[in-house]
Design a protein around this ligand. Structure first.
Ligand code: NIG
Ligand code: FE
Length: 425
């Protein structure tokens, strides 16, 4: 069934990010946005068919102009749909009590070691029915969409038993089927050592490797395998075992690395050939150099540093060292309860020394590569899926300059308008 073509016209800036579909952009190329003024995009059957100036589009489609549904983007910024490559989307409950405790001086790890933190959300998530989990997570997805996000990665890791990890992953799969946002799933059974394994963490690592990974892979419920490599959680040795076991079952490695303390997580990411290493607040210079050499994408999460009142990762240094950088919310109930990827991009500029052009690359084409979708989404190019966000600002710099405001006006997902005038359709 063919649908009516969609014609986006007169964009004051059409940021295409063309040319990065094969590999993430690095170094100076992160500032090459490939902007078209008075830009035009022709979409048919969910696919981008034409990208150029308005004049070029009129010439190319002169016999069919009347057919199209027109979106007038005059005075507005048109970009690829934003992509969030690191979320803990599916969970139950919230932890504002811990926020209050942290504001009074408790640390994130202290709270976790006392049975709060990830353990508290695990308890709530285990108790929740799939229907409740679906409903709570769907609300967050709707909010993501309203902030211009069209694809998210979603991790498990609040079940910590096979049964409950599968429940979380199945809810993510159901949301992927039923919600406009595309979801790419990551298995993260190694998110914390459950309280009942406290005295023998290696036994839990064995359980993850021998029982969880094979079943998750058999059911095809995840593309990636992630581990929280952190002092007091999983050691680099345990993390390596878990990531290699996942790879043997076809799950690609990702890692929460050097978030709270330096722990040679960046080095490990390079050694195991991880697709991405995420957080990296305390990554060593050697680890950064090794990531650049191995082509590991740094997924930076400045909202987490902001919310934990810690110093952000040094995005500037990583880009200058040649590491491909992506950016993400880390949306989760403990260290970053936000869905505002635009705000995270603001923080990328203000706290990580990145430029407005670099954060846009980091939240589109490089984010797409961090979840292995660079060939389908993340740029506005002929043949790609028509995931497009229109912001009510005249140029990409204003998206960062007028910070803390949701400028999302229209969102198009696979050629279908899903947000208009800042509201869900
Ligand atoms: O990425 N660091 C581990 N995981 C999450 C936080 C999860 C939570 O606190 O619930 C993170 O920061
Ligand atoms: Fe995380």
């Amino acid at each position: 069934m063919s649908t009516r073509p969609l014609w986006i016209r007169h964009a004051s800036q059409l940021v295409t990010l063309a040319g990065g579909s094969q590999a993430p952009l690095t170094g100076k190329r992160m500032e090459e946005l490939s902007i078209i003024e008075d830009g035009s995009v022709w979409v048919e059957d969910g696919i981008i068919r034409f990208v150029g100036t308005d004049q070029e589009a009129r010439a190319a489609y002169r016999d069919r102009l009347e057919e199209a549904e027109v979106i007038d983007a005059a005075g507005k910024l048109v970009t690829p749909g934003l992509i969030d490559p690191h979320t803990h989307l599916v969970f139950a409950g919230s932890r504002e009590n811990e926020f209050d405790m942290r504001l009074k001086g408790a640390t994130y790890m202290e709270i976790m070691n006392q049975g709060g933190g990830i353990h508290a959300t695990t308890e709530a998530t285990r108790k929740a029915s799939p229907e409740t989990l679906y409903a709570e997570s769907k609300k967050r997805l709707d909010q993501f969409l309203l902030h211009g996000v069209t694809t998210v990665e979603a991790k498990s890791g609040y079940g910590l038993t096979l049964e409950h990890e599968l429940k979380q992953l199945e809810v993510a799969a159901e949301l992927d089927r039923t919600h406009p946002i595309d979801i790419v799933s990551t298995f993260m059974g190694a998110h914390a050592v459950p309280r009942d394994y406290r005295d023998d963490p290696d036994r839990f690592v064995d359980y993850v490797i021998e029982e969880m990974i094979p079943e998750v892979a058999r059911r095809k419920l995840a593309v990636f395998n992630d581990v929280f490599c952190e002092r007091g959680v999983f050691t680099p040795e345990q993390s390596r075992r878990i990531l290699e076991a996942g790879r043997a079952y076809g799950l690609l490695p990702k890692i929460h690395a050097d978030e709270i303390e330096p722990y040679e997580g960046a080095e490990l990411a390079a050694e195991v050939g991880a697709v991405s290493a995420d957080h990296l607040l305390r990554a060593s210079d050697k680890g950064i150099a090794m990531m650049a050499e191995a082509g590991v994408i740094a997924v930076l999460l400045p909202g987490t540093a902001f919310f934990l009142m810690a110093e952000s990762a040094n995005g500037r240094k990583m880009i200058d060292a040649g590491v491909p950088v992506a950016i993400s919310t880390d949306c989760n109930p403990g260290s970053s309860p936000t869905v505002s990827l635009p705000l995270i991009m603001n923080l990328g500029c203000l706290k990580m020394g990145m430029t407005p052009a670099e954060v846009l690359t980091a939240a589109t084409i490089n984010a797409a590569h961090a979840i292995r979708r660079g060939h389908e989404v993340g740029s506005i190019e002929t043949g790609k899926q028509a995931d497009i966000t229109i912001f009510d600002v005249p140029n990409y710099m204003q998206l960062q300059y007028r910070y803390g405001v949701n400028h999302t006006h229209t969102v198009i997902k696979a050629g279908v308008k899903v947000v208009e005038g800042g509201r869900l359709i």
